[in-house]
Design a protein around this ligand. Structure first.
Ligand SMILES: Cc1cc2nc3c(=O)[nH]c(=O)nc-3n(C[C@H](O)[C@H](O)[C@H](O)COP(=O)(O)O)c2cc1C
Length: 287
């Protein structure tokens, strides 16, 4: 090839079928990340070939972006993915002690906790992430000796705000005013309605709070499943001992349920057991 060739001459040298070949070479190169047939058979001048192939490659990138945008417009997560991951998850009994949840994934799981909805939006809870191995060693005997407590990458204690009071409701009202850019005064009737509902003598406020915190457990486990992270919900523990070991009572909280999260051990025989669930028609009725 002459190095004195002009761009005009280059472009003029492109015949339709050569343009097509170069265009698709670039197109496929982007799609398959495969350079093998790059300029191997084409008789175009190489700079012209490169030019056209780059154009093909750009078109591929635009179309990939368009496809992604279109699929996002339709549905953020495909039905098959949700069902597959919910089937994939199981209450993990044996964790791989060598595997740690990456920070970015853990952050997402913490966001699942933060974003959990609750009755009135009151969030009567706190989530204690226990990272200190010595504390986790102390928790194990208070958890029926279950190995997940010490072996899993992460351990979360879902605690309720004990004996939720009018001052907790005021704190929530103040936060609502702050986030929504309004005044506490404008939320007065909302505050009174919440106080009226939750301070009735017939309400067991700690049982109510515990029901709320279980929603967070569900959110956490579902989010973990979607991220391909294993988890085990744990009720088999002594809440009073947890409160003491972690100093929860002193802060006005009480352990309600626990979750271990990480990655299943290849030796966990529970991973391959068939799921035992009642048939859909036995648990779901359409009225
Ligand atoms: C609230 C709750 C508490 C649980 N507590 C324990 C526990 O302490 N230890 C344990 O190994 N599994 C525990 N499990 C796991 C259940 O036994 C398990 O979810 C159930 O058998 C269904 O099986 P699957 O989760 O593997 O589909 C608990 C599950 C839930 C939802």
């Amino acid at each position: 090839m002459s190095c004195r060739i002009t761009l005009f001459e280059l472009l003029m040298s492109i015949k339709i079928y050569e343009f097509r070949d170069a265009f698709f070479a670039g197109f496929y190169r982007e799609y398959y990340h495969d350079n093998t047939f790059f300029h191997s058979t084409c008789c175009l001048h190489k700079p012209a070939y490169d030019l056209v192939a780059t154009f093909g490659r750009s078109v591929m990138m635009w179309s990939q972006e368009l496809i992604l945008l279109e699929s996002l417009k339709m549905k953020p997560v495909a039905n098959e993915v949700v069902e597959k991951q919910l089937e994939w998850r199981y209450a993990t009994k044996a964790f791989d002690t060598a595997k740690v949840i990456p920070d970015a994934d853990w952050k997402t799981l913490e966001q699942a906790l933060v974003l959990t909805p609750s009755s009135f939006g009151l969030q009567p809870w706190k989530f204690f992430v226990v990272t200190d191995p010595s504390k986790r060693a102390l928790l194990r005997p208070a958890s029926w000796g279950q190995s997940q407590i010490v072996d899993a990458s992460h351990l979360v204690v879902f605690a309720i705000r004990k004996n939720l009071s009018a001052s907790d409701i005021e704190r929530f009202v103040a936060r609502t005013a702050e986030v929504r850019g309004t005044t506490v005064e404008s939320l007065e009737s909302y505050r009174q309605m919440m106080v009226g509902s939750l301070t009735k003598p017939s309400i067991d406020i700690n049982a109510w709070a515990s029901r709320q915190v279980y929603i967070a457990l569900g959110f956490f486990m579902s989010a973990a499943a979607m991220l391909g992270i294993d988890a085990c919900p744990i009720e088999g523990f002594e809440p009073a001992k947890y409160d003491e070991i972690l100093g929860l009572s002193a802060q006005g909280y009480g352990a309600s349920v626990v979750a271990a999260a990480g990655y299943r051990s290849s030796t966990d025989k529970y991973a391959t057991l068939a799921k035992v669930r009642f048939k859909a028609e036995d648990v779901i009725t359409h009225i």
